[in-house]
Design a protein around this ligand. Structure first.
Ligand SMILES: Cc1cc2nc3c(=O)[nH]c(=O)nc-3n(C[C@H](O)[C@H](O)[C@H](O)COP(=O)(O)O)c2cc1C
Length: 375
């Protein structure tokens, strides 16, 4: 079948065939997914925040071996990084109150995590220096696109521009998006409350047109609960020129997701994709688990970023390393957006993109579905 045509300004800016960006998903969007999406005509994005400088460098090489098309690296650059300059992971731990360490011990017992298990995960994500090292890897490799999943690209914009690196930043409201305008990023993602992962508090339908109006002429990609061609067409109607979709790709064989996680996403209903601070200390939408329930309903409120993650890393990582056992598999961090019932079948990344384009083009060519006839 001939390739369908669906071309917007986002395609020109990012040099891609279809206006579909696969969102950065740390721990879930690794080279196989990035390559598959970029090869299928979208923009694949590596969830780079969970990498270390050497593994990020290797991942970029792997992606370049797999595709000659543009791709993006997504990093987390929260404002708090500036306050953490010069502080090591061990130094950060000193800010965690003693009673929280006691509580973490109780949780270890409750979830059967052995006392002598310690996560071996590196420290790039937690520290200002680590994050700067990840940025440097992206700059040195002149990656096609750099995305800031949290925070601003401000100080590093000149470095990106001088190397021809395109930039994407996320706005969950107009105020934040105007900061990205100040930074002169190339694309702004207008992300609604509906999204999987870290979210803002305004719904996608309301936030996208407000941001699109406010940041003109910077192109906007809509995000949050968009998982099919109808969502893509709606995004275009709201003033966006494309979409940034995460959850939609989780059921593909190329995503780094266990079969159990896929089954749970497929089975999920509107009751399951909850907002919780249990994982990162920031509001994040993910499937409810016994572990999120403990923090959401338990006696202690989660700490802020990055302290909560540092405190609970051993528990979270033990579950990952023992995901072959049901009790731990069910604890796995499984971010997913509110489009839960649209996330209902396993398809390859290419099929997901082809289906989205086919449905969107059909609506655009034939008009609204019969149910929506207006005259
Ligand atoms: C599994 C998963 C992991 C995510 N991890 C990250 C991340 O590491 N960095 C980031 O900027 N956003 C992350 N997000 C948010 C996505 O980039 C994107 O904004 C979101 O998926 C859009 O909403 P949707 O899932 O409804 O499509 C994650 C989302 C999901 C579903």
């Amino acid at each position: 079948m001939a390739r369908r045509k669906l071309h917007t300004r986002l395609c020109d800016v990012l040099e891609i065939e279809y206006p579909i960006i696969q969102a950065g998903m740390g721990g879930f969007s690794d080279p196989p997914l990035v390559i598959a999406v970029s090869e299928a005509g979208g923009l694949g994005t590596l969830g780079g925040a969970v990498y270390e400088p050497d593994t990020l460098d290797a991942a970029i090489r792997e992606i370049r071996k797999g595709t000659s098309k543009p791709f993006a690296i997504d990093l987390l650059l929260p404002d708090s990084l500036k306050d953490m300059e010069g502080i090591s992971k061990e130094g950060l731990m000193k800010y965690i109150p003693d009673d929280y360490f006691e509580y973490a011990k109780e949780l270890r017992k409750k979830f059967n995590i052995p006392d002598d298990f310690y996560s071996t995960r590196g420290g790039a994500l937690w520290t200002s220096e680590g994050t700067m090292a990840l940025i440097q890897v992206c700059l040195d490799n002149k990656v096609p696109v750099l995305a800031a999943g949290l925070g601003r690209l401000g100080d590093i914009m000149p470095e990106c521009k001088s190397r021809g690196i395109k930039t994407i930043a996320i706005g969950a409201n107009v105020r934040m998006s105007l900061k990205h305008v100040e930074d002169q990023v190339d694309v702004i993602v207008a992300q609604g409350y509906d999204a999987g992962g870290h979210t803002g508090n305004i719904g996608t339908l309301a936030v996208v047109p407000q941001i699109a109006d406010a940041v003109k002429p910077i192109p906007v990609a809509a995000a949050g609960g968009i998982a099919d061609g109808r969502g893509l067409v709606a995004a275009l109607a709201l003033g966006a020129v494309g979409v940034w979709c995460g959850s939609m790709f989780l059921l593909s064989p190329e995503a780094t997701f266990t079969e159990g996680q896929k089954d749970r996403v497929i089975a999920a209903t509107e009751r399951d994709a909850v907002i919780t601070k249990a994982i990162s200390g920031k509001t994040m939408r993910q499937l409810r688990t016994p572990y999120t329930e403990i923090w959401d309903k338990g006696p202690k409120p989660p700490l802020g970023w990055p302290f909560h993650m540092l405190l609970t890393l051993d528990i979270v990582d033990y579950a990952y390393e023992h995901a072959d056992q049901k009790e731990f598999e069910e604890m796995l961090v499984t971010p997913a957006g509110q489009a839960t019932r649209l996330l209902n079948r396993r398809r390859t990344a290419k099929q997901i993109i082809d289906d989205m384009v086919e449905e969107a083009v059909t609506i655009l060519e034939q008009g609204l579905p019969k149910t929506a006839q207006w005259k």
